[in-house]
Design a protein around this ligand. Structure first.
Ligand SMILES: Nc1ncnc2c1ncn2[C@@H]1O[C@H](COP(=O)(O)OP(=O)(O)OP(=O)(O)O)[C@@H](O)[C@H]1O
Length: 570
């Protein structure tokens, strides 16, 4: 195992032990020494080509730490009041009540996570207005379908630069709400701004045939997940006087705006889920009125350019101001990058682009550096990015040891059997995710597991060969909190899902405690994503890694220590 060791706290770092540096160190005050050590590079677990992560400098994550230090509640962040209410209720709705001393969800005190604080602070901070831009009321005019008004309205943005935010934080740390809270706040503040200029213009703009914000993700499962989160937030009901305005010092225009029928009972957003089975004409129909947010995959957007019988189908995105690439490490790599870059080029009015990811592979980091000029790129890295959450226990199973004697299948069956009987999650169906590399292999793994007397209904396989509806149906029990065995349709004591990397990214498996890595993935980034399907939001979890001929003698053996000592993965 090769652990690059650099700074040792409170001791002069080895790299600095030249005479001059040693003298400097000795002359430093205690505080200066602490700062010096904190800014020196941390240990990193690095071994060969498998390790493809990089680009996290301790200075970047230190800056995020400084930003987040003093904040303890959502109320201290610039989040639009109605958005803040809906966000907290949505998180409360999905909160897992196990591992908490609080009796009911209503009593929970929710606090923002580091990435939420840092991202919201950075993204929603007001911009310095460009002195050259003609930011005056006279730039508004009225057109037939509202598009013209919007175009005029957007002209003022042309002089302002695009800000690109790179949000990188460990898996399960609440990145989705980090960008959603910022996005919804921007949309609401923009509406309020217009309303303050002229209520009439605000109402006219609502009829504009445009899309205001777009969230792109790599899979249809994620399209569905983000859509469900937003829809839940959008349908949360509040009493505008009691829950939002009471005891707060808002100016009259803001209060009037919040009391409008569009705002006074719920967020009132128009959200469009553009998934696999939705043809473009459904999207065009939805665009008859202003769409606040579209959630889709890059492929859906680029497919518009192939349409021959629609005039300028891309025109609906001409006024788009806010765009998110969720799972940006995937969207800016491999088969996606061509689509995503062509989309980027056409978003001329976009002012805020959020690249959200749990890992920044070196190649992707390099691409981002080359694509976005340094002065427009704002990095928000948390201090635990590229670290496996410490609540996760990583266990290695050597298939060459007794009693497996080289049989990986035997080791897998034994591992599932041991989880089944380990006395944890008493009374609940235990859910286990098994990751293999090749989808063609899944069927044979399942058949061989059935030979070990597991029940057919307890073991399912899922790959990209299955249709999206089947996939959503199969993963549903994993996306919901655990159920009591007697409430489960099949009365399953365990439920095993055999899958590939298609399920490894972004999916918010609720309280799944066990992940088995049957095959080692291609690189450390994929490994981090697989491991991250458990141990979400500081919940515990276990990951079992099967070591076979190809990897048993390797650095893999150092992994449990890397997690325990909270060492960053390279
Ligand atoms: N402040 C908070 N307090 C408690 N729970 C939260 C908070 N914010 C978000 N959550 C919950 O944490 C879970 C994980 O959040 P989310 O899916 O956004 O993680 P993520 O960082 O995007 O993970 P991944 O990298 O795997 O995509 C969700 O169920 C979400 O509702």
């Amino acid at each position: 195992m090769a652990i690059r060791s650099f700074a040792q706290p409170r001791r002069a770092p080895k790299k600095r032990q030249t005479r001059r540096h040693q003298r400097d160190w000795e002359n430093m005050t205690r505080d200066q020494r602490v700062d010096f050590v904190r800014e020196a590079p941390e240990k990193e677990f690095n071994f060969g080509k498998f390790m493809n992560l990089g680009g996290v400098t301790d200075k970047t994550s230190l800056r995020t730490e400084q930003l987040t230090n003093a904040i303890r509640s959502f109320d201290e962040l610039r989040i639009f009041p109605t958005v803040r209410y809906a966000m907290k209720e949505e998180i409360r709705h999905g909160y897992l009540m196990r591992n908490t001393y609080v009796k009911s969800k209503e009593e929970l005190t929710l606090t923002p996570t580091s990435v939420q604080i840092a991202a919201i602070k950075r993204i929603t901070q007001p911009r310095v207005k460009n002195v050259n831009s003609k930011d005056t009321d006279s730039s508004y005019s009225i057109g037939n379908n509202g598009e013209k008004i919007y175009n005029d309205f957007m002209k003022q943005n042309q002089m302002r630069k695009l800000n690109t935010y790179l949000l990188a934080a460990e898996t399960g740390s609440g990145k989705t709400w980090a960008y959603l809270a910022s996005l919804l706040t921007k949309l609401k503040e923009r509406d309020l701004e217009t309303y303050q200029i002229s209520p009439e213009k605000y109402h006219q703009l609502k009829k504009a045939q445009i899309v205001r914000a777009m969230i792109l993700v790599p899979t249809y499962e994620l399209v569905d997940q983000i859509y469900q989160t937003l829809q839940r937030a959008n349908s949360i009901q509040y009493d505008i006087e009691q829950d939002i305005i009471k005891d707060q010092k808002y100016d009259t225009a803001s209060k009037d705006f919040m009391r409008l029928p569009d705002n006074n009972t719920n967020l009132g957003l128009r959200i469009f889920k553009w998934d696999k089975n939705v043809p473009p004409n459904k999207f065009f129909d939805a665009c008859n009125q202003r769409l606040d947010i579209v959630i889709t995959t890059p492929g859906k957007i680029t497919s518009l350019s192939k349409l021959t019988n629609y005039a300028r189908p891309f025109r609906y995105f001409n006024g788009l101001e806010f765009c998110v690439f969720d799972e940006a490490d995937t969207l800016l790599d491999g088969s996606f990058v061509e689509d995503t870059t062509s989309i980027l080029k056409s978003l001329r009015q976009c002012r805020d682009l959020v690249l959200c990811t749990a890992t920044v592979p070196k190649d992707v980091g390099k691409f981002i550096k080359q694509t976005f000029p340094q002065n427009s790129l704002i990095r928000v890295y948390t201090k635990d990015v590229h670290k496996i959450p410490r609540k996760i226990e990583v266990k290695l199973i050597d298939c060459f040891e007794k009693p497996y004697n080289g049989s990986k299948m035997k080791a897998l069956a034994q591992c599932i059997y041991a989880i089944h009987n380990d006395g944890t999650e008493k009374g609940y169906t235990k859910r286990i995710i098994v990751f293999a590399n090749a989808k063609l292999e899944l069927e044979s793994i399942r058949n061989r597991l059935l030979d070990y007397d597991f029940r057919e209904e307890d073991i399912v396989q899922l790959s990209s060969n299955d249709g999206i509806q089947d996939r959503l149906e199969l993963i549903r029990p994993f996306l919901e909190p655990p159920t009591k065995i007697e409430d489960d349709l099949d009365k399953s004591q365990i439920k095993v899902i055999l899958t590939t990397d298609i399920m490894a990214r972004g999916l918010d498996f609720k309280g799944v405690k066990n992940v088995i890595i049957y095959d080692i993935p291609r690189n450390s980034s994929d490994l981090m994503h697989r491991i991250g399907r458990t141990g979400r939001m500081k919940q515990g979890g276990r990951v079992f890694i099967l070591l076979d001929k190809s990897n048993r003698k390797s650095w893999m053996k150092g992994l449990p220590k890397v997690v325990k000592e909270s060492i960053r993965m390279g």
